[in-house]
Design a protein around this ligand. Structure first.
Ligand code: 8YV
Length: 327
């Protein structure tokens, strides 16, 4: 790879990151920040040494099959890599990197915000005031449910799940979790966490569920209609991971029928489309995939992208290599 590789960046990144990238690489930036269509992505992979995509780019087999021989690195801006066909990338000897770690705390904060917002009817109250419909305080108006003392079931006890658990403890919430592997005994003790090998068993017993696992072929619709039906009627679901982990139609149906109490969703199955039936429900808080949306986080993510590209261009193994076998 040339010392100054041709780097195509698919979306507008924070200014300090773009400036540094321009200094280090031969960069093609996306000044107006429009999401690239398939033809533009194909054009990008044909000419680039390095592609810097985001979650809004579908880097599937059709796109990768047209990659030029120079494309050796996909340095994705973000932690999730479900928008990239890792198997095809590997077949074509293209290294894939991501930006883990730096968005953990921001995403955990947003998860906690939703865990508080849904049972305490935050968005509903805000809408009431803005609509000029608030008639004043009342002893039985806008009653939600107490957070303190509830049971939180975390699906996916990786970095973000653990950071959510730490926050939840501060709110007097009991931590339960389901994960492919049980976490280290010391961490479990610190969090006073209860491990459930069986997701079904955990779902049936929790007050709040937080989804913090990646979207992979194994977690697609992990919360299927059958599993959602195991939840208690008073349970809430919060998702700051990926919409595809939940059967969104089944969830919407259940929320509409009052079969579960509410949901806080930062991610959707067909982003940026949101099921119109969800928009009509009061017991949901809907956010536009902004879990990691802090300026500090986005700069840290950009720094990671730069380090991954620079290390690779210098002939070394970039630190954040995504191994297909991990997913
Ligand atoms: C990112 C995310 O902002 O990193 C992830 O996996 O979901 C987001 O927080 C987005 O993916 C950037 O590509």
């Amino acid at each position: 790879m040339p010392i100054k590789p041709i780097v195509v960046v698919t979306r507008k990144l924070p200014d300090p990151i773009e400036t540094r990238m321009m200094e280090l690489f031969s960069c093609r930036l996306n000044h107006d920040d429009h999401p690239l269509g398939q033809a533009e992505l194909v054009e990008a992979v044909k000419t680039a040494d390095v592609l810097v995509p985001t979650v809004t780019d579908r880097i599937d087999a059709a796109v990768l099959s047209q990659a030029g021989p120079k494309l050796k690195l996909i340095a994705s801006f973000g932690t999730g890599v479900d928008h990239i066909d890792l198997a095809t990338a590997r077949q074509r000897a293209i290294t894939v990197t991501n930006t883990p770690g730096v968005l953990t705390e921001d995403t955990a904060d947003m998860t906690m915000a939703l865990i508080l917002a849904v049972p305490r009817r935050l968005a509903e109250g805000e809408r009431l005031v803005r609509a000029g419909a608030w008639k004043g305080w009342g002893p039985t108006t806008m009653l939600g449910h107490r957070i303190w003392g509830k049971r939180l079931g975390i699906i996916g006890m990786g970095r973000i799940g653990t950071a959510v658990a730490r926050r939840a403890r501060g709110f007097g919430v009991a931590v339960h979790y389901h994960n492919r592997r049980r976490v280290h005994a010391e961490l479990e003790a610190e969090l006073e966490a209860t491990y459930w090998e069986s997701l079904d068993q955990m779902l049936a017993r929790m007050d709040i569920i937080s989804i913090n696992c990646p979207h992979t072929p194994a977690t697609y619709h992990l919360l299927s209609a059958r599993r959602l039906a195991l939840l208690q009627k008073h349970a809430y679901i919060v998702n700051t991971s990926r919409g595809e982990v939940v059967d969104e139609s089944a969830l919407t149906r259940m929320l509409g029928r009052g079969e579960i109490a509410g949901a806080g969703l930062d991610v959707f199955e067909h982003e940026p489309a949101v099921n119109p039936k969800l928009l009509k429900l009061d017991n949901v808080v809907l956010l536009p995939h902004m879990g990691s949306a802090t300026i500090e986080g986005r700069i840290d993510m950009g720094e990671k992208v730069i380090i991954n590209i620079k290390t690779f261009a210098d002939g070394h193994k970039p630190p954040d290599r995504v191994l297909e076998t991990m997913f």
